[in-house]
Design a protein around this ligand. Structure first.
Ligand code: SAM
Length: 327
């Protein structure tokens, strides 16, 4: 049986991570970050490994030819390994953006952001899967990536992920809702963390703070992202379907009216989600600025199941028609 390049890569990453996990008594995800760094640095960086372990690792790494793989192959194999690790540790905030969503967002970024060189920011970068899925689709464009996450293990995985795919990405391990010392972005992609933001004092600095109790983190993330985007820049958010229906929604509407133009809302197929109340959409915004006009019509799409080729084709041509009329 022929083994695909992704399976091939996955098995080296997986085998070496298991060796390090056992030898160092760490979790599989931690071991994944370690082995990824070894592969990138082309050396075994952990000290005090037994001779036998070093030998086994070396043998495995030697079978690897990273340069013969595309960035997408590397991303997919690393993603498979992360998914395996997340299943084992099952932490609620360890969630990776699924491929199908990343591919759609990448398609949209390609359509909307026409600059040949630009800065792409993900303020909830997690493992970097969404950010690098999008970057891998922007052919013949030069992109500087930028990502922040509050979780130190996830940001380590993002760092290794970006390095192995040879993407220039600046990463920061901090709370994205604190003041940021970064250059403004041309575009933002983000699978927003949904829930309450525990820091009421900091939330007070946002227009979208709640009048009573904790504020919605996802609302504050939208405001913060707009704060760090250049005028005219585009933002692509994965949002809960009920975003515009909560008791805080009128304030969000008013805020968006003042700062951005809603370009489109694309509802992801319900079949993609285990529970209907966890279903999501893609919200596309353009930050206001000189010469930036509202679209004649907002692009509203209910995406069909992505396995239905004919329906997907027809939706993609609807998006093309909308682009021709509005952009
Ligand atoms: N797109 C990511 C990926 O492909 O791996 C997954 C994003 S996940 C749905 C949301 C992320 O937001 C989590 O990684 C979580 O750690 C991060 N997060 C939650 N609150 C945060 C905060 N205040 N500042 C920075 N990151 C935060």
């Amino acid at each position: 049986m022929k083994i695909s390049p992704v399976e091939d890569l996955f098995s080296v990453i997986n085998d070496t991570a298991i060796i390090l996990q056992e030898e160092l008594s760490i979790t599989f995800l931690e071991a994944l970050a370690e082995t990824g760094e070894n592969i990138f640095q082309n050396s075994i960086l952990q000290e005090d490994l037994s001779e036998l372990t070093e030998k086994r690792l070396k043998k495995s790494y030697e079978s690897l030819q990273l340069n013969s793989h595309t960035a997408e192959e590397i991303r997919k194999s690393f993603q498979l390994a992360i998914l395996k690790g997340m299943k084992e540790s099952a932490q609620p905030n360890h969630q990776m953006t699924p491929d199908a969503v990343g591919l759609l967002v990448g398609y949209l970024v390609n359509k909307f952001v026409t600059k040949s060189t630009y800065r792409l920011f993900d303020p909830a970068v997690g493992t970097g899967n969404l950010l690098t899925t999008v970057m891998n689709q922007q052919l013949e464009k030069e992109i500087d990536g930028m990502g922040i996450d509050i979780d130190d293990l996830l940001i380590k995985l993002a760092y290794v992920n970006a390095n192995l795919q040879q993407h220039p990405v600046e990463l920061f391990n901090q709370d994205s809702l604190e003041p940021l010392f970064i250059e403004l972005a041309d575009a933002v992609v983000s699978d927003l963390p949904v829930g309450f933001y525990p820091n009421d004092v900091r939330a007070n600095d946002f227009q979208l703070k709640s009048e009573k109790g904790h504020s919605y983190a996802h609302h504050l993330f939208i405001e913060q992202s707009l704060n760090y985007t250049k005028p005219g820049g585009y933002l692509f958010f994965i949002i809960p379907n009920g975003l515009f229906e909560s008791e805080e929604a009128p304030k969000l509407h008013q805020y968006l009216k003042e700062t951005a133009y809603i370009q489109g809302i694309l509802q992801l197929p319900l079949s993609m989600f285990r529970q209907q109340n966890a279903a999501k959409s893609i919200l596309i915004l353009q930050k206001k600025g000189e010469d930036v006009k509202a679209p004649k019509q907002v692009l509203l799409v209910n995406l069909p199941s992505l396995s239905n080729g004919v329906q997907v084709e027809s939706i993609l041509s609807k998006i093309d028609v909308w682009m021709a009329e509005n952009k």
